[in-house]
Design a protein around this ligand. Structure first.
Ligand code: ADP
Ligand code: MG
Length: 255
């Protein structure tokens, strides 16, 4: 994979348009951040890229190296190297993290159980996770921090080349934030993926430095820039970018 393009994307959920005229291109080796207030469609965008069937694409396309992926199922997108670290990771009773990772990876011709166990245990040490967690139902009774660390563990195991991180910093205390951020940075250095991350907080951006910052309002990007945009938002808020000409307007969304 070299490049992912989102072109004129329009997405609906329950007959409500939540993303419209959305355009973004991300190359391998780049880190992009989307910032924006609550409810503007950030999580919906990432879930649409990952193939969440609740979202309907009404227009536009999502392409990897020029090839559309919007008719692929989520597991097929995952095999293409896309990974989503969720804002609120799902709890799956009866399936452990170790089970999930083993079933995701065992079809690989290079799969070796011994290396698998060694790697996943090593990641627990690296992420400061108790190894018992590998053998518990995924996310069931996990703390907010444990859930987020578990997402990063899965990222490391699956070795994706296009990584979507939805508020990976929320629910983390400062120590966990540092651990999660340094692991993302380490992964980035080693594998040079493309990263698209969503955050509300500058805290995360103290640790992970995006090359591009995009501001999203009412379902589309209204401003592109670099880290200096973050300072601007901090000082002036998002309203500065609200031109009032968005197609997906308040009325449509909140009736
Ligand atoms: P953000 O991540 O930017 O806070 P979301 O993508 O979660 O925003 O939500 C965008 C809009 O879509 C919101 O108005 C939200 O209420 C709506 N929405 C998200 N998921 C659903 C759903 N499953 N059913 C109905 N509306 C939804
Ligand atoms: Mg969200």
């Amino acid at each position: 994979m070299q490049k992912i393009e989102i072109k004129n994307l329009e997405v609906e959920i329950e007959n409500k348009t939540i993303i419209k005229d959305f355009n973004l291109t991300i190359n391998l080796g780049e880190i992009h951040t989307i910032m924006g207030p609550n409810g503007v469609g950030k999580s919906s965008l990432l879930k649409t890229i990952m193939g969440d069937p609740n979202y309907t694409i009404k227009n536009g396309d999502i392409l990897i190296d020029g090839e559309s992926i919007i008719n692929l199922k989520t597991n097929e997108r995952s095999k293409k190297g896309i990974f989503l670290g969720m804002q609120m990771p799902n709890e799956i009773e009866g399936v452990t993290t170790a089970d999930l990772m083993r079933s995701a990876l065992r079809d690989d011709e290079n799969f070796k159980l011994y290396s698998f166990v060694k790697e996943i245990n090593g990641l627990c040490d690296k992420l400061e996770i108790n190894k018992d967690m590998l053998h518990r139902s995924i996310n069931l009774g996990f703390s907010g921090g444990e859930k987020k660390k578990n997402e990063i563990l899965q990222m490391y195991m699956l070795k994706p080349s296009f990584i979507l991180l939805d508020e990976i910093d929320s629910g983390l205390d400062m120590d966990s934030l540092k651990i999660v951020a340094s692991n993302i940075n380490e992964y980035f250095k080693e594998y040079k993926p493309a990263i698209l991350m969503i955050t509300h907080y500058e805290n995360l951006l103290d640790y992970i430095k995006p090359d591009y910052v995009h501001i999203m309002l009412n379902g589309k990007v209204v401003k592109n820039g670099d880290l200096s945009l973050v300072k601007e938002i901090e000082e002036k808020g998002y309203n500065l970018y609200n031109t009032g000409t968005n197609e997906v307007d308040e009325k449509e969304n909140h009736e």
